[in-house]
Design a protein around this ligand. Structure first.
Ligand SMILES: Cc1ncc(COP(=O)(O)O)c(C=O)c1O
Length: 411
């Protein structure tokens, strides 16, 4: 498929919701067809309404805090001695990660649909935390589905959800992580969709959820484009935009304004979770060449066994620990517009250590995967190359894991 310039990639699907004819779609139970249809119509209407956009922009400005900082990592650049490295500090956003953008759009749509309850899934806990924040702000009841393994490893975000009055529904099935939380959330929505609005926490799921999420996180690259022009007087001629990829909401938001550029000018690099060095398990369907399968209502590359059963995944980072990925990233891989690679748990931890020792920033373990790639490639490039890493989450939620592996944690 050839990308059409000037149209957001999330909107470049066919009438059945497929990108490039094969990724995405709407593989849903008959009972969800109508609610999905209603949500699609509501979103289409709202995204074209001046007042809806005005309210959203106002919330991004006054509630999220816009723009998040764009900073040079001078010490890291000097230490690596190659490309100039910058960070887009999306972790500055209210709540500490990019998940707030999608949560706001969903809360606004929930209100428009006159529903009083909202439900969602979470892995790292950031999506759950952001939904609990906006639910409190908008006066909505909130249920967050979360794997019991993630509840154990992401305590600070669970505490925040409870403080905001959300109910955490523990999911004990399967691997007890994000994949099971999303399945359970969709199952709950099937029987409660007349009263409850559902928001999926990443760029995955039936087509409308991919669109709503991408429409929301695109704010990140709108800000970055202005910041690059302010810093360099133009968009640099050798630019690399590095982002971690779980479902892919942060990476799409970071890249969306730049997809139309030539790849020789702007390289898009997605970093998946390679898992522990010694394990065969990983959460890297794009970079470890998984086959296309169907999960959570969409066709995409999925970590699976030879019978097509979804395989177990393993990653130190709950937010990246997901066996599938957005249809948008499957397309970007297939057409060669983005390059996907992975970092192991050990490389992410080492990157966290290097970055926090040298700079006054503290990325969570998800963006630490992106920093690991920057650390690998920067020394091989000269200083006319600009690398920007999306530092899309704050490390506080990972303090126990970091302490366990590195012996101490401070921010
Ligand atoms: C901080 C952070 N970064 C990245 C991710 C991965 O998700 P996505 O690929 O949708 O951005 C998560 C998911 O929870 C996250 O919390």
């Amino acid at each position: 498929m050839k990308i059409t310039k000037g149209i957001p990639l999330i909107d470049q699907h066919d009438k059945n919701g497929f990108y490039g004819g094969k990724f995405g779609g709407n593989y849903v139970a008959e009972t969800l067809k109508k609610p999905i249809d209603d949500l699609t119509k509501l979103f289409q209407k709202c995204r074209n309404e001046k007042n809806f956009l005005k309210e959203r922009d106002n919330l991004y400005e006054t509630y999220v805090g816009k723009p998040t900082r764009f900073i040079k990592l001078q010490n890291l650049s000097d230490h690596l001695g190659g490309a100039q490295i910058y960070a887009k500090m999306v972790s500055d956003a209210n709540g500490g990660a990019h998940k707030i953008y999608n949560a706001i759009t969903h809360a606004m749509l929930c209100k428009k649909a006159k529903k009083k309850y909202i439900c969602t899934d979470t892995g790292a806990g950031y999506n759950g935390k952001m939904f609990s924040m906006v639910a409190k702000k908008f006066g909505l009841g909130c249920k967050v589905f979360m794997g019991t393994r993630d509840i154990e490893r992401q305590k600070p975000n669970c505490d925040a959800m409870r403080k905001n009055g959300a109910e955490i529904v523990p999911v004990n099935s399967g691997s007890k992580t994000l994949v099971d939380a999303v399945s359970e959330c969709i199952r709950y929505w099937v029987s409660n969709c007349d009263k409850v609005h559902m928001g999926i926490g990443s760029l995955v799921g039936p087509n409308i959820f991919v669109k709503i999420c991408g429409f929301s996180t695109a704010q990140i690259s709108r800000e970055l484009k202005i910041q690059l022009e302010e810093e360099f007087g133009e968009i640099p001629s050798k630019l690399k935009l590095i982002n971690c990829v779980g479902g892919g909401s942060s990476a799409y938001g970071f890249w969306s304004e730049f997809i139309d550029y030539n790849k020789n000018q702007i390289e898009l690099i997605g970093v998946e979770a390679g898992g522990p060095q010694k394990s065969k398990l990983h959460a890297a369907p794009l970079s470890k060449n998984s086959k296309v399968g169907i999960l959570h209502g969409a066709a995409a590359y999925c970590v699976q066994d030879s019978d097509g059963q979804i395989n177990k995944t393993e990653s130190i980072s709950s937010g990246l620990d997901y066996p599938s990925v957005s249809p948008i990233h499957c397309l970007l891989k297939d057409i060669g517009r983005a390059r996907y690679t992975y970092a192991t748990d050990e490389e992410a931890l080492e990157a966290f250590k290097i970055v926090t020792e040298l700079e006054e920033i503290s990325p969570s373990l998800e963006p630490a995967h992106a920093f690991a790639e920057a650390i690998k490639i920067a020394p091989k490039l000269n200083e006319s190359n600009i690398i920007v890493v999306d530092s899309c989450g704050d490390s506080l939620k990972d303090k126990d894991i970091i302490k366990k592996h590195l012996g101490n944690y401070s921010r």
